[in-house]
Design a protein around this ligand. Sequence first.
Ligand SMILES: Nc1nc2c(ncn2[C@@H]2O[C@H](COP(=O)(O)OP(=O)(O)O)[C@@H](O)[C@H]2O)c(=O)[nH]1
Ligand SMILES: [Mg+2]
Length: 358
Amino acid sequence: MRIGIIGLPQVGKTTLFNLLTEAGASTGFGSRDKANVGVANVPDERIDYLSSIYQPRKTTYAQIEFIDIAGFGPGSNGRDTKEFLSALQNVDALVQVVRAFKSEVVPHVLGSIDVMRDVDLLQSELVLTDLSLLETRLERLTKGRVKGKDSKLDLELLEKCRTHLEAEKPLTQVEFTQEEADLLRQYTFYTAIPMVLVVNLDEDQLAAAAYEKHTELAAWAADRGMPLIPICGKLEEEITALAPEERAPFLKDLGLEETGIARLAKTVYSHLGLISYFTVGKDEVRAWTIKAGTNAKQAAGKIHSDIERGFIRAEVVGYEDFKQVGSMTKAKEKGLCRLEGKEYVVKDGDIISFRFNV
Ligand SMILES: Nc1nc2c(ncn2[C@@H]2O[C@H](COP(=O)(O)OP(=O)(O)O)[C@@H](O)[C@H]2O)c(=O)[nH]1
Ligand SMILES: [Mg+2]
C-alpha cells in the first residue's frame, strides 16, 4: 500500500512524513523539490498487548508506505503540474495536508491562511485533470480508435463520470456497479483515489479545538467522504523528542488519548478498507494486512503461497476472547479457539494459526 502526501508548499507535509516514518528528511524552505519515500508502522495496542504476553524476539506492526510528493501549486518553484500528477500515479490513497497554523517565520505561499481556499484549489486541479483525461478518452472511443472492443459500457461510464466531475464531485463519491468499478480502474482518474484530509494546527488552535473556517472545512470533508484529522506538527515533534515513557503522561496532560500521527496512520489504514490479523509466538508477534472480506485461504497467502496452496484449516481466536483469558492454552480450554475452513471471512483482530500441507 502506497500513500501519497500532497498539499501546497510549506504546509507541513515533510514534517508529517518524518513523524510517520522517522525518516529524517529535511524540512523547510528550499527542501521541497525532493520526493521522499518511507515506511510507517501502524500503531496497534493489540500488538503491544500480545507482545507483552509472548515476549517475542521480534514484533512487527502493519506497515504502510508513504511518499512525500514535492509541493504543488503556487510557490512550488515552477514545478510542473504534470510532474506532480505523475508522482500520484500508483498511489492507493492520498493524504492532503492543509495549513491552519499561524507562523511569523513560515509565511504561507499565498500570503494568508485560508483552509477553504487551499482545499478548493487542489480539488479543482484534480477535477480539471480528470475532466481533461476523460475528454481524451471519450474522443478516442467515439472516433472508434480503440479497436476490437465493445465500447458501449465505456462510453456510458465516461458520460456518468463527466456529469459528476462537472458538478465538482470526486469520483470516490460516485456509486458504481462492480462492472463499472472494474472498468474505471484502467482510467486512473485522480479523484477516484481515496483521500484523508489533515489540517495542520498550531498549539492554540489545537487547545481551542477551533480555527478559522473549521466548521466549513468539516462540512467540506464530510461532503466528500474524507476523514478530517487535526494535527499539530510542532507538538507532535515535541512528543517524538520525549523518552517513550514520558509520552503517555504528556498526552494525558493535554487531554489526548494518542498522538495525531498514530490516529493518522490508523485512519489511512481503515479508510483503505484494510484490517489486520495476527500471528503469535516466541519468535514473532506480527500483524498481517488484508482487505476486509478476505477469506482464510487468501489470508494465508499473505504469509506464504505454500500455506495458501496447502491450506487445511485455520485455528482462530478472536483478539477480545484471547484478552479475556490471557493465554492460548486457556483460550483452547475454554473452547474459544475455532477451527475454520478456507471460506471463513477473516475478521479484524483474529489471531490465527494455519494448518497446511506442502
Ligand atoms: N509553527 C508551526 N510550524 C510548522 C508546523 N508544521 C510545520 N512547520 C514548519 O513549516 C515549515 C515547512 O514545513 P515542511 O514540513 O517542510 O512543509 P512542506 O513544504 O509541506 O513539506 C518548516 O519550517 C516547519 O518547521 C506547525 O504545526 N507549526
Ligand atoms: Mg516538503
